[in-house]
Design a binder for this molecule. Structure first.
Ligand code: SAM
Length: 275
């Protein structure tokens, strides 16, 4: 298929407006791979025709589908390792002590992709914090892509996915093999829910969270959108909460909202107390 530079520029602008994701022109070829199925469903036989259609057909669902199709959904169980050590040794013990009276814990996997981060958190809690038995614990995963939300809700993973980051001991304890796939156990699934949320639009009704995992998504956003996301996340957290970002991300443009702390080679953030 392929299309003109101005068509690619139009598509980049559409994705930016819908999802705040910046797409570098060097990745133009990705439009073709990702958008061909949507173009066909919309009745367009070339990418060029599809762009012409998008320019006149302002149906929000169609524009949203384009943005969702262009998201990068790369993830894995216990991604980057160290943040989960910090959660186990520092953050979760502190939160559990802090919330002991109310016996309630709310965790947000913002930009949860196919769910591995949320299920890793659930495994971490089951594995190391038996004192949470009887607590009201909820892990909420949100993402802009409905496709990955459905995937996360199914809780079924291919061999290639469980082979990335998941120790064998945890695999056989928390997932059950079914043919070529592995399914997350009902106990773990009961702790996790997944729903649509665009981080760059008004958020749906969500709980107030003790811990927010906002990893490997801000790096795709322009600075202005990152600042808006930090403000929204700040409002969505308890004052004594914790925020974790991806290894390549910092709250550098929101230092007034969050203060960095450091443990085990890993930064995490606490909301700045309101003055
Ligand atoms: C690279 S994955 C990161 C997944 C997980 N947080 C991790 O660190 O492994 C980025 C995810 O962010 C989602 N995303 C991109 N733009 C978004 C937006 N505006 N609102 C919500 N989610 C978004 C994508 O759909 C994708 O699933």
């Amino acid at each position: 298929m392929g299309c003109s530079d101005s068509d690619y520029a139009y598509l980049r602008q559409l994705v930016l407006a819908e999802s705040a994701n910046l797409i570098d022109p060097s990745r133009n070829a990705l439009f073709e791979t990702r958008l061909t199925p949507i173009a066909r469903m919309a009745g367009a036989s070339t990418l060029e025709d599809f762009v012409s259609l998008l320019r006149v057909d302002r149906t929000p669902q169609l524009h949203r589908a384009v943005a969702e199709a262009m998201t990068i959904n790369e993830t894995s169980f216990f991604r980057d390792g160290k943040p989960f050590d910090v959660l186990r040794d520092t953050i979760l013990p502190n939160l559990i002590e802090h919330n002991a009276a109310q016996r309630r814990l709310r965790i947000w996997s913002a930009a949860s992709s196919t769910g591995q981060e949320a299920y890793s958190l659930a495994m971490l809690l089951c594995e190391h914090f038996s004192e949470l038995t009887g607590w009201d614990v909820k892990i909420v995963g949100t993402d802009i892509s409905r496709q990955v939300i459905e995937y996360a809700q199914r809780g079924r993973y291919r061999r290639m996915e469980v082979n990335r980051g998941l120790p064998v001991r945890m695999l056989v304890k928390y997932l059950v093999r079914d043919g070529d796939e592995w399914e997350v156990t009902p106990d773990l699934r009961a702790m996790c829910s997944f729903q649509y949320a665009n981080l760059c639009a008004p958020l749906p009704k969500l709980p107030v969270f003790d811990l927010v995992m906002l990893r490997n998504v801000l790096l795709y956003f322009p600075q202005q959108d990152r600042s808006c996301v930090f403000s929204d996340v700040y409002r969505q957290m308890v004052p004594d909460g914790y925020l974790m970002l991806g290894a390549a991300e910092q709250a550098e443009d929101s230092t007034n909202l969050f203060q960095a702390e450091f443990a085990k080679d890993c930064y995490f953030y606490r909301p700045t107390p309101a003055s």
